[in-house]
Structures are given as structure tokens and as C-alpha cells.
Ligand binder design. Structure first.
Ligand SMILES: Nc1ncnc2c1ncn2[C@@H]1O[C@H](COP(=O)(O)OP(=O)(O)OP(=O)(O)O)[C@@H](O)[C@H]1O
Length: 307
């Protein structure tokens, strides 16, 4: 069974305030609060992603059992559950890092026993990782531009010499990266080495790198882990803005139930590898099985945000 390995961030809190986000977004990108907003996801629209009867075990450990999941185009879909519930395994199955023992992944109409992870970007899928996976010795701009490397058509010699098509491609990719940096309010740090940034900003740079190719499906593995409450709400704003600006469908794992409830259109709840609930935030909040599964872990939640 393939195992993902990613590296590994220095940790420091960011001091960025959430108001910066609300004030700074261009008018067309600013989004009303979720309660005020018109529904963006039409009921009954075709799923962009569907998991069918997924099963996955590691030796005797059942990570996922009989999991179905449907994700409509344009929605923000959260996966929550206690530690070890199978959330990361599910994201790894969706992104082809893991091959499920049984079941299929349907992506945009195509059905896979294992999603071809090398082709992910070409399939319009981008992801971030639970642990930061930036190039710490590269500056922010080049980190973000690397999210477009899969489109590069010039040959190796051209890239080394920086000639012809290579230089043009590099300029185009950096130009595109600059637009995303502006969108996520990272322009001020574009020249900084990624590894020297505060943790919260590194998480945002990682999201920028995933977004630069304007993926149809964005997988975020704990995008707010280790953040303060204000950083989390700022990040939630960026996730929503990204969905609205690029019509990107978002699947995210997040431990802070309070943040998830305010951000998501629908939430699936895993427990011991099984999906025990699936629905709108209100439906999930009032589901007795969810309340039972979370009893005893509410105090683990940094913000004390219960369901
Ligand atoms: N590569 C692996 N090798 C062995 N066991 C694994 C592997 N990946 C996951 N598991 C096991 O599968 C189960 C589900 O793990 P997973 O990481 O998917 O849960 P999770 O809900 O993401 O947990 P957390 O919230 O702690 O990140 C756990 O029992 C875990 O130990």
C-alpha cells in the first residue's frame, strides 16, 4: 500500500487579522456571509465526484468501510470525524495516493479503481497536505508557480538555458502566480523564502499553489490546523472566496467543528471508517449518532466548539 510522505513545517502563529480579508477583497470577489448568500449549489446538480462503496484496510486496521460520498459541482463539502476516523485516508483515495481495496471513485463521469495520481492536475484536481509540503528554500512566487509546472511544454535544456518557449512559459506562469498571490493577499511576501513565513501564511501559500491552476476540485487536508481562531476564520473566508471566484468545488477535512458548520454546504461524518451521517450543517448538528460519536472528544477541540 503506498504511503504518502510530505514535509514538514516550522510553526509560528500569524498575526494577520480577519478584517484584512473582508476589507481587502475586490468588490466582485467579496462574499456575503453564508446566511445572507444565495445558494450557489443547485439542488440535484450532477455530482462532480462520487465515491462508491469504498473499503480500505491496513493489515487488520479498517480505515474505510462501505463509504459512499457524493460531491456536487460548486459545493464546499466537509469531512469530519474523530482522530483515526478515516478522513485523510478518504482524501488519499480521492487523490489516488491510496488505492481502495474495494469500490470506485467517479470523477467527472470517469470511473476509477485508483485515480491516476500522476495525472491529478490534468484531471483538474489539486490538493494541499495535512503537513505543509512547500519548497521551503524557494520564494513564495516560485512555490506558487510550481503549481503550473505540469503544463510546461519546453524541454529540459530550454529550461536550464532559459530560452525561447521556456522563458515565455516561465513568465506566463509567474504572471498567473502573481494574480493568485494578489487574490489571497500574499503579494507583500512574494519574494520571501516560503520556509521563513509564519505557519498561517505558509498554509495560505500552499492553498495558492493548489489554486493557481484553477482546479475544478480542490482537496484541502486540514487547511486550518494549528491556527488561531482569527486565522481560521480568515482562512475560511479565503476558501469561500476561492470557490466563488473560480467555481472550484471544495472537499475539506477540518477538526474545528464550529468553522466547518459555518463554511460548508454539506458535511459527511466518519467514525471508525464508516460514514455515520451526511447532510447540511443543521442536519448533522442534530444527528444523535454524531452527537454520540463526538461525546468525549469535544474537549479536544481547541476552541471548545462543540456540535
Ligand atoms: N499508511 C497507513 N498505514 C497504516 N495505517 C494507516 C495508514 N494510514 C491510515 N492508517 C490507519 O487508518 C485509520 C484511519 O486513519 P486516517 O489517518 O485516515 O484518520 P483521520 O480521520 O485522518 O485521523 P486524524 O484526524 O488523526 O488525522 C487509523 O487507524 C490509522 O492508524
Amino acid at each position: 500500500m503506498p504511503i504518502s510522505s510530505h514535509a514538514f513545517g516550522a510553526i509560528e502563529a500569524s498575526a494577520y487579522a480577519p478584517e484584512i480579508f473582508a476589507q481587502g477583497l475586490p468588490g466582485s470577489l467579496r462574499q456575503a456571509s453564508k446566511d445572507e448568500a444565495e445558494p450557489i449549489v443547485a439542488e440535484g446538480s450532477a455530482p462532480l465526484l462520487a465515491l462508491e462503496d469504498i473499503g480500505l484496510s491496513f493489515g487488520g486496521v479498517v480505515a474505510l468501510a462501505d463509504v459512499d460520498l457524493s460531491v456536487r459541482a460548486g459545493e464546499i463539502r466537509a469531512i469530519i470525524g474523530p482522530n483515526g476516523a478515516g478522513k485523510s485516508s478518504l482524501i488519499n483515495v480521492i487523490s489516488g495516493v491510496y488505492r481502495a481495496d474495494r469500490g470506485h471513485v467517479q470523477l467527472d463521469g470517469a470511473r476509477y479503481a485508483q485515480v491516476p495520481t500522476q495525472q491529478l492536475a490534468r484531471l483538474g484536481v489539486a490538493r494541499t497536505f495535512q503537513n505543509l509540503a512547500l519548497f521551503k528554500g524557494l520564494n513564495v512566487l516560485d512555490n506558487v508557480a510550481s503549481g503550473l509546472a505540469y503544463r510546461t511544454r519546453s524541454n529540459f535544456a530550454g529550461q536550464i538555458l532559459g530560452i525561447g518557449r521556456s522563458r515565455r512559459e516561465q513568465q506566463e506562469q509567474r504572471g498567473r502566480a502573481d494574480q493568485i498571490l494578489e487574490f489571497l493577499h500574499l503579494t507583500d511576501v512574494r519574494e520571501r523564502l516560503a520556509g521563513t513565513l509564519p505557519y498561517g501564511l505558509q498554509k495560505r501559500v500552499e492553498m495558492a499553489r493548489a489554486l493557481v491552476a484553477e482546479p475544478r476540485l480542490l482537496l484541502l487536508d486540514e487547511p486550518m490546523a494549528g491556527m488561531t481562531a482569527s486565522e481560521k476564520s480568515e482562512m475560511a473566508g479565503y476558501v469561500r472566496a476561492a470557490r466563488d471566484r473560480f467555481a472550484t468545488t471544495v472537499v475539506l477535512i477540518e477538526h474545528d467543528v464550529g468553522v466547518v458548520m459555518g463554511l460548508s454546504d454539506r458535511i459527511a461524518v466518519l467514525d471508525y471508517g464508516r460514514k455515520i451521517a451526511d447532510g447540511t450543517p443543521d442536519e448533522v448538528r442534530n444527528d444523535q449518532r454524531v452527537i454520540d460519536a463526538y461525546l468525549g472528544v469535544a474537549s479536544d477541540n481547541e476552541d471548545g466548539a462543540g456540535i
